[in-house]
Design a protein around this ligand. Structure first.
Ligand code: PEP
Ligand code: MG
Length: 591
């Protein structure tokens, strides 16, 4: 039966495919396709993994048999029996074989997919005892996954779909292997999303998350349709269901009828055509009708993202979120050399264009790794985040500063500091930068000059902008946080997402005043929050005087299209009217 789930649109476009449910805790399980001739070897791997776990359990059983009745806990004996029974269960192994044979999933992926299927059956059981066996099932899956690590994969990990030859193709039902896959999860952390950068998935759906949560931001950078905040989707959608993601409307259609499928198929082709049209703007200079040159820069998470930035004609990187180098490493932070190499790769990737590296901004909805979530402060967005975290660990911070300074010997680097709010923090940060230089001098290591900028993303910073301009070479407005902190709306919380309003008069006032003050003092300013890549905001930002926009590469051509149609001489008085209106969003709809 067809039904739809409404969430928040994150990344545009339509994706149609089969659902792959992934428990949040299992996202780091490898997901890749094997080729048809590797099926047998992969099934053997699962069997070997399962047999290893069974051997271990049998050994335990044997040990218990030698114990006295007093020593041998009865619960343990019963538990071992249940685990062995589950491991022998044909439904689990038969299902795993199905995913490997018919879908060409690798062993780990097949195992966790079947776990989701069987776990749901347990959830639906009336009998409480049987329902609770789900935990046992999860435990044995975990054990087999661990055992599989010891059973070498016969293959490397290709992430793309295997190519079938035509005779194989003829044997296939039309929807087996070549169907796009849509990932459905309760939640995904930004670090989880990174795993999917070159993934097999054509779209994402999560139950939680706001439009500017970092998970959403990374999804957008993947440039595939995504919907977040689609509550209960991971409960309502079943493994292998057909789903449509409408990334423009934020809607998920489950089990669509043929008519709906045809309609969305049409929309999907339309979207492709629009993209094709936009790509014609690639070599058109980004200049308004009245001759204002506008810089379009890229936001990146990894050095390799520079490839995409160059492809769409970005004139530099306006925001390199360096914290992504620090995530998902079980707390082991990258050392100076590792960071230096990464920043250098980013510089080289941009072929001489400037790269703005933001110092590490972890905390809030960007934990270093998933286990850190458990210790999260009650209000992490107001806690030890970004520069606060860095100043609390000066040795770690200076390591990053030295790596950036060293990379600056190879190209143009701007150093950007997030979340500053207080004069003391500014002075402390600059002192640490100076110390990092001295340390490099002492070691006799070469380094380069950097321009130093601050992010304006806390209202208090925007209100004391003159202080910031006294110390910094340039400013970058982080509207994602500026909106969150001005309106007291958690950007990652879908339950208040309707109140997260980029056009609130207070937000617009802070953005406009920051731009105006920078202009008055002749200091460069850009916007690097999601507002910069939102085509509905382009004209207003131009009217406020903004001439530098930093966004995900996927947005650059769409924003350029808006710029080419804009006349800043006309937009300036119009923007002043919008700013003075009590309902700017409504006023923006008027020419
Ligand atoms: C912002 O806050 O607007 C920003 C660009 O930084 P981040 O989204 O990484 O917090
Ligand atoms: Mg921010």
């Amino acid at each position: 039966m067809t039904f739809s789930i409404h969430g928040l649109p994150v990344a545009r476009g339509i994706a149609i495919g089969r659902a792959v449910l992934v428990a949040s805790s299992r996202v780091d399980v490898a997901h890749y396709f094997i080729s048809a001739d590797q099926v047998k070897a992969e099934i053997d791997r699962v069997r070997a993994g399962r047999d290893a776990v069974m051997d271990e359990l049998h050994r335990l059983q044997a040990n218990i048999a030698h114990m006295s009745a007093k020593e041998a806990p009865q619960e343990l004996t019963a538990l071992l029996d249940v685990h062995l029974m589950l491991l022998e269960d044909e439904e689990l192994i038969g299902g795993v074989k199905h995913w490997i044979t018919d879908r060409l999933y690798n062993a780990e992926w097949a195992l966790t997919t079947q776990l989701e299927v069987v776990a749901r059956q347990f959830d639906e059981m009336e009998d409480e005892y049987l329902r609770e066996r789900k935990a046992d099932l999860e435990q044995i899956t975990e054990k087999v996954l661990r055992a599989l690590k010891g059973v070498a994969s016969p293959i490397m990990q290709p992430m793309s779909r295997p190519q079938r030859n035509s005779s194989q193709q003829d044997l296939l039902l039309d929807d087996t292997v070549d169907v796009p896959l849509i990932l459905v999860a309760h939640d995904l952390s930004p670090a989880d999303m990174l795993q999917f950068k070159q993934s097999v998935f054509a779209g994402f759906i999560t139950d939680v998350g706001g439009r500017t949560s970092h998970t959403a931001i990374v999804a957008r950078s993947l440039d595939i349709p995504a919907v977040v905040g689609a509550r209960l989707s991971s409960h309502l959608v079943r493994q292998d269901d057909w789903v449509i993601i409408d990334g423009d409307a934020g809607v998920v259609v489950v089990d669509p009828s043929p008519i709906i499928l045809a309609e969305y198929g049409f929309k999907q082709r339309q979207h492709e055509l629009d993209r094709g049209r936009l790509s014609r703007l690639l070599h058109t200079p980004s200049v308004t009708l009245d001759g204002q040159k506008i810089d379009l820069l890229a936001n990146i998470e990894m050095p390799e993202d520079t490839v995409g930035a160059v492809k769409v004609g970005a004139v530099g990187v306006g925001l390199f979120r360096s914290e992504f180098l620090f995530m998902g490493r079980q707390g082991k932070l990258p050392n100076e050399e590792e960071q230096y190499q990464a920043y250098r790769r980013a510089i080289e990737g941009m072929h001489g264009l400037p790269v703005t590296i933001r110092t590490v901004d972890v905390g809030a909805d960007k934990p270093l790794d998933n286990s850190a979530k458990e210790d999260a402060h009650l209000n992490p967005a107001l806690g030890l985040r970004a520069i606060r975290w860095c100043l609390a660990d000066p040795a770690m911070f200076r390591t990053q500063l030295r790596a950036i300074l060293r990379a600056a010997a190879h190209g143009k680097i701007n150093l950007l500091i997030p979340m500053l709010v207080h004069g003391n923090e500014i002075r402390h940060t600059l002192a640490l930068l100076e110390r990092a230089r001295v340390e490099l001098d002492k070691r006799g290591v070469a380094y380069g000059q950097v321009k130093i900028g601050a992010m304006i993303e806390i209202p208090a910073a925007a209100l004391t902008i003159k202080l910031f301009l006294k110390y910094f070479d340039f400013l970058s407005i982080g509207t994602n946080d500026l909106i969150q902190y001005t309106l007291a709306i958690d950007r990652a919380d879908e339950s208040v997402a309707h109140l997260y309003d980029p056009t609130h008069p207070a937000v617009l006032r802070l953005v406009a005043d920051t731009i105006a003050e920078c202009q008055a003092q002749g200091k460069p300013v850009s916007v690097c929050g999601e507002m910069a890549g939102d085509v509905t905001m382009t004209r207003l930002l131009l009217g406020m005087g903004l001439r530098s926009f930093s966004m995900h590469p996927a947005q650059i051509l769409a924003v350029k299209q808006e710029i080419l149609r804009s006349d800043t001489e006309k937009l300036t008085p119009w923007a002043a009217q919008v700013l003075a209106d009590e309902d700017p969003a409504a006023r923006m709809l008027q020419p």
